[in-house]
Design a protein around this ligand. Structure first.
Ligand SMILES: Cc1cc2nc3c(=O)[nH]c(=O)nc-3n(C[C@H](O)[C@H](O)[C@H](O)COP(=O)(O)OP(=O)(O)OC[C@H]3O[C@@H](n4cnc5c(N)ncnc54)[C@H](O)[C@@H]3O)c2cc1C
Length: 397
């Protein structure tokens, strides 16, 4: 490499830190500019499917992540009222099938593993980017405090409301999907005996579904309850919700689920947004990564996973042609856009199928799933084999 390229990443979330680590491992100089006064994640869970775990392995953080993760034996889908099993699959076979386990973990634990790997030195806090531009000499970022940086490339990993995306492609608002969620965390020793077996569980019902799974070695149970609405559209992960509203919304659902809600002290409420897939992420020497490039619904549990994969592929393309960064960024987006677009659109379709309002439509769906399970007993729940089989280190470029 003639000269070590300097890359500036805007945003120190899961995507930004994964990219920083991937670039460091390739010997590339990187700085992360984060608007918040400290790196933090909301108190909630995240699913790391085998493709995410393989990417974390490539970043050298698999062991750190596994030390606090939880690996459920089964994934089960139940009917909202009766609890009848609609579909189920064995997760403990995924390590052999896909080359890495299927885990669930606390988002803070994942972010901390990445931060520890990156180190504090390259991370600049209280740095809110307001504008990015690119010319023949390099890429430039301006910050709210009046400071500026110049780098060989700038990567916008600044989330769904990305300032970098607006700078590069103009203002375009995320799309309200009509879904609202509540999320809660409960210490498992506070749950009534047998309430939540250590299966990753989804309850599908009319106009909504609820998912719960263990995190932090099984010490906490994370739940997310989704419903449909047109009335409330605030996109904030830290807005406290009202447990009485949760109980009212899910009145008539299975008593075990209601007991889980009743055991939860505090919940948070937010509206789900996504973006239309973009045809391009790159302008000159500036590009996008993670939610800023491909914000998606969480119904395939792939937002963070895709952000981590993006970071691995970006670093390998920059390392291939460090003297021609603009071409490296073009290759990066060409490798990543088809996969992330398919997942964005697939996650939308899943939302509709999880919430079917009519009993007849649900019966048809459940029969179709039962037949599929009969013929393909080892199939993944959402026909996600093509997502899980991907290995960013092998298939990324
Ligand atoms: C209900 C729900 C459940 C989910 N479950 C899963 C799951 O199970 N598995 C999964 O893989 N994904 C899941 N996701 C998606 C996942 O959380 C996101 O896709 C992922 O966090 C995106 O990471 P990111 O780094 O791109 O963006 P973010 O996590 O949003 O990070 C962006 C960072 O940039 C900073 N920033 C923003 N603007 C600026 C600025 N102007 N200047 C500097 N810094 C800035 C922010 O402070 C933040 O630190 C879920 C999402 C939701 C809503």
């Amino acid at each position: 490499m003639a000269r070590v390229p300097k890359i500036a990443i805007i945003g120190g979330g899961i995507g930004g830190l994964a990219a920083a680590r991937a670039l460091q491992l390739r010997g590339i100089e990187v700085t992360v500019h984060e608007q918040a006064p400290r790196l933090s994640e909301v108190g909630a869970g995240v699913v790391t499917t085998p493709n995410a775990m393989k990417a974390l392995r490539a970043l050298g953080v698999e062991d750190a992540v596994l030390a606090s993760a939880f690996a459920s034996r089964r994934q089960v889908v139940r009917s909202w009222r009766s609890g009848r099993i609609i579909d189920q699959t064995r997760l403990d076979r995924y390590r052999d099938r896909f080359g890495a386990p299927f885990c669930t973990m606390h988002r803070g634990d994942l972010l901390e593993a990445l931060r520890a790997a990156v180190g504090d030195a390259p991370i600049r806090l209280n740095a809110r980017c307001v504008e990015v531009s690119s010319d023949a000499r390099g890429a430039h970022a301006r910050f709210a405090d009046g400071s500026a940086v110049e780098a060989d490339a700038i990567v916008g990993a600044d989330g769904i409301h990305s300032a970098v995306r607006t700078s590069l492609f103009g203002a375009e608002h995320p799309r309200f999907t009509g879904y609202v969620c509540w999320r809660g965390l409960v210490a498992t020793d506070r749950l009534p005996q047998g309430l939540a077996p250590p299966d990753m569980t989804a309850w599908w019902g009319p106009h909504g579904h609820v998912v719960h799974y263990h995190v932090r070695r099984g010490e906490l149970l994370n739940w997310v309850a989704h419903t449909e609405t047109v009335a409330w559209t605030e996109e904030s992960w830290s807005r406290e919700g009202d447990m009485d509203e949760v109980m009212r919304t899910y009145a008539g659902w299975n008593p075990k689920l209601l007991a889980l809600f009743a055991a939860t002290e505090r919940c948070y409420k937010w509206a789900l947004y996504d973006r239309e897939p973009l045809d391009h992420w790159t302008v000159g020497r500036a590009t996008l990564l993670g939610d800023s490039a491909h914000a998606m619904l969480p119904y395939l549990a792939q937002g963070a996973a895709q952000a981590i994969e993006d970071g691995c592929v970006l670093a390998s393309e920059i390392a291939r042609t460090p003297d021609d960064i603009a071409t490296a960024l073009q290759r990066y987006e060409a490798l990543r856009i088809p996969r992330t677009r398919r997942i964005q659109l697939g996650a939308r379709a899943r939302g509709r199928d999880n919430h079917l309002p009519s009993a007849w439509a649900r019966l048809k769906r459940d029969t179709r799933l039962a037949l599929r399970r009969w013929f393909r007993p080892n199939a993944t729940l959402h026909q996600a084999e093509w997502i899980f089989a991907y290995d960013a280190a092998r298939d990324g470029g």
